[in-house]
Design a protein around this ligand. Structure first.
Ligand SMILES: Nc1ncnc2c1ncn2[C@@H]1O[C@H](COP(=O)(O)OP(=O)(O)OP(=O)(O)O)[C@@H](O)[C@H]1O
Length: 305
C-alpha cells in the first residue's frame, strides 16, 4: 500500500460518516414508466435537506424508498450506512418518519397515544415534554378522533420524533397547518437540527424550504435538476435582472445581466433624471423554481418587449 492510499483510507471513512443518505442511480418504475429515473442524492449528517418538486415528480416515492417501505428497481441506496430494504429493527429505531397520512389511532387520547407508541422505541422522549414541544398540551386529554387536521399533524410529528431519531423524514409536514402552527413547526425543526438531527423533508412551500433548509433539491420527472442552498438556487438565472419602465405610455422591459448599463442608457435618454415607471427586479426563489421545473419558459437574455 502506498503512503497516499494509507492516508486516504481514514479520510474516506470520515466522509462516509458525514453522509446520512447516499443514493446513486435510483430507479423506480410503475407499469414500465420510470417515476424515479436515475436519481443521485447526498444528504449530509446534521443538515436539513428539502426536496421540492411538482405533483407526481417522485418525491414521496424517493422518500419511501429511503425509509425502506418501498422497493427500488435499480440503484444503490445507503441510509445511515445501511441499505434500507433489508435493514432491521435497530436501523429502523434510528430513523423517524412523518408520512402524508395519519397512522395514529382514533379511540385513544393524545396522551394515551404518545404513551402507547413510546414502547416501540429504545429511548423515548418524555411524553409530557413531547406533547408540549408540538403545542398539544391543552389537547392532551382529547381523543385523536376529535382533533382538528392541524392538531393531528402535530401529533404525527410528535410520534415521528419520539424515539430521538438521528434522521427524520417529513413528507409535506405542514400541509393543512395554519400560518401560526406552521411557524411553530418550523421552530420545532430548527430545534431538532440544533440538537444534531438530520432532516429530509418534502414540501410544496418555497418559503418553508427557504426558512428551514440548508440545501434544496428540485426534483422533476424523477430526477434532481439542481441541488443548492435556497439562496443560491438558480444562480445563473438570478444574474439576469429585469428592468421595466414606461415609454410614450407603453410598458417596456429588458432582461439583462448588466442592469447598470441599461440604467445609464435610460438616464441619458431622460435628461430630467426621472424615468417613468422604472423598476429593476431579479428572480426570486419562486421564479427560479418555476423555471427549473419547466413551468415557465426561459426568456432569452436581453429580450426587448
Ligand atoms: N403505487 C403506485 N402505483 C403506480 N403509480 C404510482 C404509485 N405510487 C406513485 N405512483 C406514481 O408515481 C409518480 C410519482 O408519485 P409520487 O407520489 O412519488 O410524487 P410526489 O412528487 O410525491 O407528488 P405529490 O407532490 O403530489 O405528493 C406519480 O405519477 C404517481 O402517480
Amino acid at each position: 500500500m502506498t503512503a497516499t492510499q494509507t492516508a486516504s483510507a481514514p479520510l474516506a471513512a470520515a466522509r462516509d460518516d458525514e453522509t446520512a443518505v447516499r443514493v446513486r442511480g435510483l430507479v423506480k418504475r410503475y407499469g414500465g414508466r420510470a417515476v424515479v429515473d436515475g436519481l443521485d442524492l447526498d444528504v449530509r449528517r446534521g443538515e436539513v435537506f428539502a426536496l421540492l418538486g411538482p405533483n407526481g415528480a417522485g418525491k414521496t416515492t424517493t422518500v419511501e424508498i429511503l425509509e425502506g417501505v418501498r422497493r427500488r428497481d435499480a440503484g444503490e441506496v445507503a441510509v445511515l450506512g445501511e441499505d434500507p430494504g433489508p435493514a432491521g429493527r435497530a436501523w429502523r429505531d434510528r430513523i423517524g418518519v412523518v408520512g402524508q397520512s395519519t397512522g395514529a389511532g382514533n379511540a385513544l387520547t393524545v396522551r394515551e397515544t404518545v404513551d402507547h407508541f413510546a414502547r416501540y422505541h429504545g429511548t423515548s422522549r418524555e411524553s409530557g415534554e413531547l406533547i408540549e414541544a408540538v403545542g398539544l398540551t391543552a389537547a392532551a386529554g382529547t381523543r385523536v378522533s376529535r382533533l382538528s387536521g392541524g392538531q393531528r399533524r402535530r401529533l404525527e410529528v410528535a410520534l415521528g420524533v419520539q424515539g430521538r431519531p438521528e434522521l427524520l423524514f417529513l413528507d409535506e409536514p405542514t400541509t393543512g397547518l395554519d400560518p401560526v402552527a406552521r411557524r411553530q413547526f418550523w421552530e420545532l425543526v430548527r430545534g431538532l437540527r440544533a440538537g444534531g438531527t438530520t432532516v429530509v423533508l418534502t414540501t410544496h412551500y418555497l418559503d418553508e424550504a427557504a426558512e428551514l433548509a440548508d440545501r434544496v433539491g428540485v426534483l422533476t420527472d424523477g430526477r434532481l435538476v439542481e441541488v443548492a442552498p435556497p439562496h443560491e438556487l438558480g444562480a445563473a438565472l438570478r444574474q439576469v435582472a429585469t428592468v421595466r419602465w414606461t415609454e410614450d405610455g407603453a410598458p417596456r422591459e429588458v432582461r439583462t445581466p448588466e442592469p447598470a448599463a441599461v440604467l445609464r442608457d435610460l438616464l441619458a435618454a431622460h435628461p430630467s433624471g426621472e424615468v417613468p415607471g422604472l423598476t429593476v427586479t431579479r428572480p426570486g426563489l419562486e421564479d427560479v423554481y418555476l423555471h427549473l421545473v419547466g413551468a415557465v419558459p426561459a426568456t432569452p437574455e436581453g429580450d426587448l418587449r
